[in-house]
Structure formats: structure tokens, C-alpha cells
Design a protein around this ligand. Structure first.
Ligand SMILES: *[C@@H]1O[C@H](CO)[C@@H](O)[C@H](O)[C@H]1NC(C)=O
Ligand SMILES: *[C@@H]1O[C@H](CO)[C@@H](O)[C@H](O)[C@H]1NC(C)=O
Length: 181
């Protein structure tokens, strides 16, 4: 009995690190786990992945940057920049414009991994300030489920396409750093 209870965790640990080596989106060491992926948001119909659900009562004609606008989104997560590259999951959440000048948001979303073992079926929850005019932003990871239960860390989010791009496709690069506590 004793030999089984010792060897199984060791086997699983070795298996875990072998698995990680073949996944290009992930790096890990004893202190941190890092994930790297992209998500693509379609702001225009057809097939928009984000919609405005509340228009600012004080500036209803302003499509995005007005105090009180609220959007929800369900964007595909891809392994590479190419929208046709391997689908790892979805980013599902909302953005509310919460500054009077219309440029800061409260951004909260779940990173739902549907095909990234060993985290398939696990989620990370991100909530924080979104300074919409900044290309690079930092947001806290406040928790997770499944293999990410009790997760703590942060993401660096980089917007790679222009907000006024004619096709309305916004591509974001996400670098997740999690503390292995
Ligand atoms: C929208 O989705 C439909 C159904 O999946 C697809 O046939 C069509 O090509 C898509 N249109 C664009 C512009 O992506
Ligand atoms: C995100 O991670 C990728 C891959 O490791 C790296 O090339 C890139 O510089 C990182 N970006 C930021 C903003 O840290």
C-alpha cells in the first residue's frame, strides 16, 4: 500500500511535466506557471462575438466610450495569432465603462479552457481595471476552478490590432502568470 501511495504522485508529477513540454503555450517552474495564447473579438456583424447590452443614458449615441456602456463577449481563444489556429477555449465576460470620461472600464471575464490539457475543463477568473486606450494592460487573476482552484496571479493583455480596424476584429495576446502556492 505504502509503495503505491508514494509512487503514484511521483508518476503523475513526471507525467505532468512530460505533458507540459509538448505544449508550446506553457512554461512552468516551481514558482510560477505561465500560459500564453490569443483571443479574437469580432465587433461587427455577422458573427459578432461581442454585443452592447446597455447604452449610456447620458451619451447614447457613443458606440463605446461613454460612462455606463456595458458589453458582453464570448471570444474564441486560439493557440496562435491566426484565428484559424487551434481553439483552446473561450473568454466569456463583460466590460462596463466605469469612468466619467468614458475611457476606463471594469473588465471581468472567465477564461474557459476546453482543449488545453491538463487544464481542460478548468477556468480562471479575471477582474480588474481596463484602461481602454492603453495597448498593454495588467489585470488580476482572482481565482479559478478545477485544476486552477485557488489560483492567484495576473495577466498581461496586449491589444494587437487597431480599435478602428475596418473588419472590426480585435486580437489580444494574453500572458498569464500564476503563482504555484
Ligand atoms: C458567419 O458564420 C457563418 C456560420 O458559421 C459562416 O458561414 C459565415 O462565413 C460567417 N461569416 C463571416 C463573415 O465570418
Ligand atoms: C508573452 O509571452 C510571449 C511568449 O512567451 C512573449 O514572446 C511575449 O513577449 C510576452 N509578452 C509580454 C507582454 O510579456
Amino acid at each position: 500500500m505504502a509503495s503505491i501511495s508514494f509512487s503514484l504522485p511521483i508518476f503523475l508529477t513526471i507525467f505532468f511535466f512530460l505533458t507540459l513540454k509538448i505544449i508550446p503555450t506553457i512554461e512552468t517552474n516551481t514558482d510560477e506557471t505561465r500560459l500564453h495564447f490569443y483571443y479574437q473579438e469580432r465587433t461587427k456583424s455577422p458573427n459578432a462575438t461581442t454585443i452592447k447590452v446597455v447604452s449610456s443614458p447620458i451619451d447614447p449615441a457613443n458606440p463605446v466610450f461613454a460612462f455606463g456602456n456595458i458589453f458582453v463577449f464570448d471570444d474564441p481563444i486560439t493557440q496562435d495569432l491566426d484565428p484559424a489556429s487551434h481553439l483552446l477555449g473561450r473568454v466569456q465576460g463583460e466590460l462596463a465603462i466605469t469612468s466619467l470620461d468614458g475611457y476606463d472600464g471594469l473588465y471581468n471575464f472567465n477564461i474557459v479552457l476546453t482543449d488545453l490539457d491538463p487544464w481542460t475543463g478548468s477556468t480562471l477568473t479575471v477582474i480588474g481595471r481596463n484602461p481602454t486606450q492603453q495597448i498593454v494592460k495588467e489585470l488580476p487573476v482572482v481565482g479559478g476552478t478545477g485544476r486552477f482552484r485557488l489560483a492567484r496571479g495576473y495577466i498581461i493583455l496586449t491589444r494587437l490590432t487597431s480599435l478602428d480596424r475596418p473588419d472590426g476584429i480585435l486580437t489580444f495576446e494574453v500572458n498569464v502568470t500564476l503563482w504555484n502556492n
